[in-house]
Write a protein that binds this ligand. Structure first.
Ligand code: ADP
Ligand code: ADP
Ligand code: ZN
Ligand code: ZN
Length: 873
C-alpha cells in the first residue's frame, strides 16, 4: 500500500519506525510537524496507541530521562513504548479527557489559574474600607484557613436537617414510618418501641402530634436509655411498665437529626452515607452568603463587587465588569458596595449578566478615591490579563461557566477545553499537543471556535496531534492518519497517511465512506408517538419555568449549543421528575457524599404529566463503572460470574476443592497477596503525579500461582481476563450464558476491550456503553424510558451506526429513548428533535424549536436548524 503513504512536503517531519505498542503492527509512518494532524479509525483500531501510547509516551520518556536517574528508574517500571525509532519528535503536552473525578475543591478558577490572578488583583488593587489593613492574596482564598469563612469553613453552604426533610409525608404515623430518616429495619423499630415506652402515640398521623413532641423526637440531643418490650402493643407496654416486668432489653434513643448527622460523619459504608445524605439540606451559609470568605476579605471590592460575588458571575459577565479597569478607567458604581450586601450583590450580578454595563454612566458613577498610581498600574495590568484569558475561554464556548464552578460538575469535554485555553495562553513554542476528541460535548456551532483555537496554537509554531471522530474536524485537518481496518488484532495498521482528500480511494478504510458520503438521501420515516410525556414549569440551573414534551415510544434527540441547558433538561429535570414519580431514590454519587453541594442536592422543581405509561427509568450516564482497578468490564456486566463457575467446575478445581470464590481477585485465597489482586502497585513519586506500576510478584496477573494452575480449555483465569471481547467470543463459543453479554458488547462497538480492563482505564463513553450492554441483557418488556447524555462520544461513525441500531431496537420494542446529542447523523435519524437555546447559560434555557428533524431543519430559531438543512435540502 505504498501510494497510500504520502511523504510530508516539508523537512519538518516526525518519522515513526516499527511501532508495535498494543495492537500496532510494526507501523512506519511519516507525519508533518507544524500542522493539524488528525488520527481516525474505528474504536479499538489503534489511534490512541499511536498518538498517545507511542508518540506522546516517547516524548514523555525523553523528557523524564533528561531529568534524573531516579526518573529513569521509574521509566523502567512504567515501561517504554514498543517502537524501533522516532525521529524529529518535539516535546509533547497531552490534553487527554480526564478519567475519574477531580476534587470538589478544584474549580474553573483553579484549573485555569484565574483565581490566583483575581486574588492578586484584590490584594493589591482592591478598594479597602477605611482603616482596614491590606490583605495578602491568600486571605482571598476560601481554601486557606486565613481566607475561609469561619462558619462554613469555606464551603459556602451549611447543612440543615429539617422536619420536612426527615418527615416527607406527615400524614403517616410513626408506625407507618413517618420518620423516613430513621435507620431501616430492626434499628428503626427499636426507636419506635422506645417512643412507646416513653409514652408517645405512634399510631396517629405525625402532623397530629403536638409540636413540642415532634421537635423532641427529631431534634433532641438527649439519649435516654429505657426498657423495651419488643413485640408488645402500646397497651401491653404500658401494662408491663406498671408491673415493672423484666424488659426484652434496654434501648438507647437517639434524635433523628442526631442520627443523620452522626451517621454521615462517622459511617464507613458508602451506602449508609448516601442514605442519610438525602435528609440533609444544603443551604447557603448565612454568614458569608455563600461567598465562602471571611468578612474582612469580603469587605474589599473591585469594580464595585467583592471577590466572592465576582467569582459567581459567568466568565463573560466577569470580563465585562473588569474591562473598564483593563482599559485604565477606574470608576466604580456608587452604592453597590455600600448597599445591603445581598441586595447589592444581586442587583449587580443581574445587571452585568444581562449584558448591561456595570459602571453605567451619569450620577451613578464616582471615582474611587484611594487608588494610588502604583495601584492603578498593577490593577490595569492584572485586569487586562484576566480579560484576555477569559476571552480565550469565551472563544472556546465556555463564557457561560463561572469561576467558582466545581470541576466535578463539568463534563470531560468542558474540562479539556478549559485546559486547552490555558495552554493557548501559555504561549509555548515548538511543542506537540496531543488531544483526545476535543469536539466532545460541542455543538457544530461551537466547533468553529475550537477550530480557531487550534489554528492559533498551530500559528504559534506548534504541532497538533488529534484523535478525533468528528467528520468536520477530519475535513479540516492538514494531514490525516487513518488507522484500521478493524479493531484489536484486526486493526493496528496505518491505512492512509496524507491530506484528507486522498482517503477517498482507500477501499479498506472504514472512515472513507462517511467522510465522502452525501448527507442528503432517503431518511427513515419518523415514528408516530404513542403518547406524550410532559414537563411543566421546570426550574433547574438555567431553566426558569420551562415546559417541554417528549414523545413516548419514539427516539428523541435534544440539541443545542454547549451550556444551553440540554443536560439540565434531560439528565437532571427529566430524570429526577420521572425518578420521583416512580419512587426511585434520587441518585447521589459516592464522591458527592464527601462534600455534597447544595446545587446537586437541590431537586428540580416542576410537574410531570403522562408518566403513567412509563414503568421504568434507565439513566445510562458516563460516570465510571467503578473507581478502583478492582471493578472491570467482566465484573460489572456479570459475565465474570459465569466464567468463574466454569473454572470452579473443572476437574482440577474440584480435586483441589477450589470453589467459585477462589477465582475472584477480591478474595484472599486465590489472589496475589503483594498487590491484593489489583495487578498493580501504587508508586508514590516526589514532585510528580504518582503512578501505577505492574505488580512485581504476579506481573499484573492478579492471582497466585496455585490458582493459575487451574485451566479451562487450556487457559487460566488470568489469561481469560486478558482476552478482548472478540477473542472471548470465540473462546466461549459453546457457553451461551457468557456469549450473550459478549455479543452485546461487540454489537455496540466494544469488541476491542479486554475483559479485565480496569474501570479506571475506561473512558466515559466506554463506561456508558458497558452500562447500556448490561441493560440490554435484561429482557425487554417495553414501557421503559432510556436517557443517554451524548452516547456517541468516542465513537467512529461506523460504531455510531451499530449503537443506533441497538437504541432504535429498544424503541421498536415499545420503549422511549431520549438522547442529548450533537452528532447530526443521529439527530437527522431521530423521530423528534428538541432544540434548546438560543445561547449558553442565561442566554439559553428555552426550547427554541421542536418537531421532526425535517421540521426543525426549517426552524428560524436555534443553532441546529442550519446544520440539519444539509440532510433535508
Ligand atoms: P483507539 O484509540 O483506536 O480506540 P486503542 O489504541 O485505544 O484504539 O486500542 C487499540 C488496541 O490496543 C485495542 O485492542 C485495545 O484493547 C488495546 N489496548 C489499549 N490500551 C491497552 C493497554 N493499556 N494494554 C493492553 N492493550 C491495550
Ligand atoms: P448543556 O447540557 O446544554 O451543555 P447544561 O445543562 O450542562 O448545558 O448547562 C446549562 C447551564 O446550567 C450552564 O450555564 C451551566 O453552567 C449551568 N449548570 C449546569 N450544571 C450545573 C451545576 N451542577 N451547577 C451549577 N450550574 C450548572
Ligand atoms: Zn460561610
Ligand atoms: Zn500481584
Amino acid at each position: 500500500n505504498k501510494p497510500a503513504r504520502r511523504t510530508p512536503p516539508s523537512t519538518a517531519v516526525v518519522r515513526v519506525r516499527g511501532a508495535r505498542e498494543h495492537n500496532l503492527k510494526n507501523v512506519d509512518v511519516d507525519i508533518p510537524r507544524d500542522a493539524l494532524v488528525v488520527f481516525s479509525g474505528i474504536s479499538g483500531s489503534g489511534k490512541s496507541s499511536l498518538a498517545f501510547g507511542t508518540l506522546y509516551a516517547e516524548a514523555q520518556r525523553r523528557y523524564l530521562e533528561s531529568l534524573s536517574p531516579y526518573a529513569r528508574r521509574l521509566i523502567d517500571q512504567v515501561g517504554v513504548p514498543d517502537v524501533d525509532a522516532i525521529e524529529g519528535l518535539p516535546p509533547a503536552v497531552a490534553l487527554q479527557q480526564q478519567r475519574g473525578t477531580a476534587s470538589v475543591r478544584s474549580s474553573v478558577g483553579s484549573v485555569t489559574t484565574l483565581s490566583s490572578l483575581l486574588r492578586m488583583l484584590y490584594s493589591r488593587a482592591g478598594t479597602y474600607p477605611a482603616r482596614q489593613p491590606m490583605l495578602y492574596a491568600e486571605d482571598f482564598s476560601p481554601n486557606t484557613p486565613q481566607g475561609a469563612c469561619p462558619n462554613c469553613h469555606g464551603l459556602g453552604y451549611v447543612y440543615e436537617v429539617t422536619e420536612q426533610s426527615m418527615v416527607p409525608d406527615p400524614s403517616l404515623s410513626i408506625r407507618e414510618r413517618a420518620i423516613a430518616a430513621w435507620p431501616p429495619a430492626w434499628h428503626g423499630q427499636n426507636q419506635r418501641d422506645i417512643l412507646v415506652t416513653l409514652g408517645y402515640d405512634v399510631d396517629v398521623p405525625w402532623r397530629d402530634l403536638p409540636k413540642k413532641q415532634r421537635d423532641w423526637i427529631l431534634f433532641t440531643e438527649e439519649q435516654p436509655v429505657v426498657p423495651v418490650y419488643a413485640g408488645f402493643t402500646p397497651a401491653e407496654t404500658r401494662a408491663a411498665l406498671r408491673r415493672k416486668e423484666e424488659p426484652s432489653y434496654m434501648g438507647t434513643f437517639s434524635g433523628a437529626r442526631r442520627y443523620v448527622l452522626h451517621t454521615f460523619a462517622t459511617t464507613q459504608s458508602a451506602m449508609m452515607k448516601k442514605r442519610v445524605a438525602r435528609y440533609m439540606i444544603g443551604t447557603e451559609c448565612p454568614v458569608c452568603d455563600g461567598r465562602r470568605l471571611k468578612r474582612e476579605a469580603l469587605s474589599v471590592t473591585f469594580a464595585g463587587m467583592d471577590i466572592g460575588t465576582l467569582s459567581q458571575l459567568p466568565l463573560s459577565a466577569m470580563a465585562q465588569a473588569l474591562r473598564p479597569a483593563a482599559e485604565g478607567h477606574f470608576e466604580a458604581p456608587a452604592g453597590t458596595a455600600a448597599r445591603s450586601r445581598s441586595a447589592g450583590r444581586q442587583a449587580t450580578a443581574k445587571r452585568v449578566a444581562a449584558g448591561g454595563n456595570a459602571h453605567a454612566g451619569g450620577s451613578d458613577v464616582r471615582r474611587t478615591p484611594d487608588l494610588s498610581e502604583e495601584k492603578r498600574i498593577a490593577a490595569q495590568r492584572i485586569a487586562h490579563d484576566l480579560v484576555e484569558r477569559i476571552g480565550t475561554l469565551q472563544s472556546l464556548g465556555l463564557g457561560y461557566l463561572s469561576m467558582d464552578r466545581a470541576t466535578p460538575t463539568l463534563s470531560p469535554g468542558e474540562l479539556q477545553r478549559l485546559r486547552l485555553a490555558t495552554q493557548i495562553r501559555s504561549s509555548l513554542f515548538g511543542v506537540v499537543y496531543v488531544l483526545d476528541e476535543p469536539t466532545a460535548g460541542l455543538h457544530p456551532a461551537d466547533g468553529e471556535a475550537l477550530y480557531d483555537a487550534l489554528a492559533q496554537l498551530k500559528a504559534g509554531g506548534n504541532t497538533l496531534f488529534v484523535v478525533e471522530h468528528d467528520l468536520e474536524m477530519l475535513r479540516r485537518a492538514d494531514w490525516l492518519v487513518d488507522v484500521g481496518p478493524g479493531a484489536g488484532q484486526h486493526g493496528g495498521q496505518v491505512l492512509y497517511s496524507g491530506p484528507p482528500d486522498g482517503l477517498r480511494t482507500i477501499k479498506a478504510s472504514a472512515t472513507a465512506p462517511y467522510l465522502f458520503q452525501d448527507a442528503a438521501g432517503p431518511r427513515r420515516t419518523p415514528r408516530a408517538p404513542s403518547g406524550w410525556l410532559g414537563l411543566r414549569g421546570v426550574h433547574r440551573n438555567n431553566l426558569h419555568g420551562v415546559d417541554a414534551r417528549f414523545p413516548l415510544g419514539a427516539f428523541t434527540a435534544v440539541t443545542g449549543v454547549s451550556g444551553s441547558g440540554k443536560s439540565s433538561l434531560v439528565s437532571q429535570a427529566l430524570v429526577e421528575l420521572v425518578g420521583e414519580h416512580l419512587g426511585q431514590e434520587p441518585v447521589i454519587e459516592e464522591t458527592d457524599t464527601d462534600l455534597p453541594q447544595p446545587s446537586r442536592i437541590e431537586r428540580t422543581r416542576g410537574r410531570l404529566n403522562g408518566a403513567k405509561a412509563i414503568k421504568r427509568l434507565v439513566n445510562v450516564d458516563q460516570k465510571p463503572i467503578g473507581r478502583t482497578p478492582r471493578s472491570n468490564l467482566a465484573t460489572y456486566t456479570g459475565l465474570f460470574d459465569h466464567v468463574r463457575r466454569l473454572f470452579a467446575g473443572t476437574r482440577s478445581a474440584k480435586a483441589r476443592r477450589y470453589s467459585v470464590g477462589r477465582f475472584s481477585f477480591n478474595v484472599a485465597a486465590g489472589r496475589c497477596e503483594t498487590c491484593e489482586g489489583e495487578g498493580f502497585v501504587h508508586v508514590e513519586l516526589l514532585f510528580m503525579p504518582s503512578v501505577y506500576a505492574p505488580c512485581p510478584t504476579c506481573h499484573g496477573q492478579r492471582y497466585n500461582a496455585k490458582t493459575l494452575e487451574v485451566q479451562w480449555n487450556g487457559r487460566n483465569i488470568a489469561q481469560v481476563l486478558a482476552m478482548t471481547v472478540e477473542e472471548a467470543l470465540a473462546f466461549f463459543a459453546e457457553e451461551p450464558p457468557v456469549q450473550r453479554p459478549l455479543q452485546l458488547l461487540r454489537d455496540i462497538g466494544l469488541g476491542y476491550l479486554r475483559l479485565g480492563q480496569p474501570a479506571t482505564e475506561l473512558s466515559g463513553g466506554e463506561a456508558q456503553r458497558i452500562k447500556l450492554a448490561t441493560e440490554l441483557q435484561r429482557s425487554q418488556h417495553g414501557n421503559s424510558l432510556y436517557v443517554l447524555d451524548e452516547p456517541t462520544t468516542g465513537l467512529h461513525p461506523a460504531d455510531v451506526d451499530k449503537l443506533m441500531t441497538q437504541l432504535h431496537g429498544l424503541v421498536d420494542a415499545g420503549n422511549t429513548v431520549v438522547v442529548v446529542e450533537h452528532d447530526l447523523r443521529v439527530v437527522a435519524d431521530a423521530d423528534w428533535v428538541i432544540d434548546v437555546g438560543p445561547g449558553a447559560g442565561e442566554e439559553g434555557g428555552r426550547i427554541v424549536a421542536e418537531g421532526t428533524p425535517a421540521q426543525v431543519s426549517r426552524a428560524r430559531q436555534g443553532a441546529t436548524a442550519r446544520y440539519l438543512r444539509r440532510w433535508f435540502p
